[in-house]
Design a protein around this ligand. Structure first.
Ligand code: 5BU
Length: 265
């Protein structure tokens, strides 16, 4: 069933986790990853409860939660799994390989509950091996999303840097895919053409109201992002700050899924 919706992405992208994501997305008819940027555990549980059925994945920032504790976090991750969601910690690792491996442990023990993490490639390719070693240390598997672009204005990830990230990441089995900039569909289309079909591109900087956001954030439309080659729209405030987060999540699901059908048709 997922194969008919995803077209060439399904045939080219054979990684287990990518397939799992594509299947969940097809079941829920949504390409939405919720950026669950609430600062309390109660706020996070509420979001999951309200929006869960319209989501294909869940993105966290574990270090911004004021009342975080390992036990409550374990319950939260269990609830996310019960809602059939991959858990994606947007940690933006950037250190040398062996330190990144250790940073997967520590207080938050990211290796034990994350399926996906983000990393900058600024320190070189060993960071991917370090993160993969982190998951191996607890007998788990995970995937790295490399930041090839960012959505914030004035960022230093220029096209030359993007190309180098893609060249290194595209053939690495530990790389699940790339972060592309949802606020600039033309940049995203260029990224897709250099990545090819075999890796995911996930995109923050997406909102149904296009334009500038807070503190340098920029937004593009979900439909254009998907038509330009994005496989997953990462939406934060568009959902968690909406008056009705459940209705908003449903709107983003509809827009993203409709765009996938349009892209593949
Ligand atoms: P927003 O509320 O939809 O703007 O939230 C965007 C989320 O995506 C937030 O959690 C950021 O940390 C994350 N993000 C981003 O906005 N831009 C980027 O380039 C990357 C991540 Br990478």
């Amino acid at each position: 069933m997922a194969s008919e919706y995803w077209g060439e992405r399904w045939s080219a992208c054979e990684q287990k986790m990518a397939r799992q994501f594509m299947e969940t997305a097809a079941r829920k008819q949504s390409l939405v990853c919720l950026a669950a940027d609430r600062r309390t555990m109660a706020g996070l549980f509420e979001l999951l409860e309200l929006a869960g059925e319209s989501l294909a994945a869940l993105k966290t920032h574990v270090d911004l939660i004021d009342d975080w504790s390992p036990a409550v976090w374990a319950d939260f991750c269990a609830a996310a799994r019960a809602a059939d969601l991959l858990i994606f910690e947007d940690r933006k690792f950037a250190d040398i390989g062996k330190i990144s491996r250790d940073q997967m442990a520590g207080v938050y023990d990211i290796r034990s509950w994350s399926d996906l993490v983000t990393a900058h490639l600024i320190s070189g390719p060993d960071i991917v091996d370090g993160l993969q070693a982190g998951w191996s240390d607890v007998d788990r598997e995970g995937g790295v999303l490399l930041l090839a672009q960012m959505s914030s204005r004035g960022n230093l990830l220029d096209s030359n840097y993007t190309k180098k990230v893609v060249d290194i990441g595209k053939n690495h089995p530990g790389v699940f895919g790339f972060i592309g900039n949802g606020s600039r569909p033309s940049e995203l289309a260029e990224l897709r053409s250099s990545v090819g079909s075999a890796k995911m591109i996930w995109t923050p900087g997406v909102n149904l109201s296009v334009g500038d956001g807070e503190m340098g954030q920029r937004y593009g439309s979900p439909r254009e992002a998907v038509l330009s080659g994005s496989d997953c729209i990462i939406v934060g405030s568009g959902i968690h700050r909406a008056e009705d987060p459940a209705a908003a999540a449903h709107e983003y699901a509809k827009a993203s899924w409709g765009a996938l059908l349009e892209r593949v048709s």
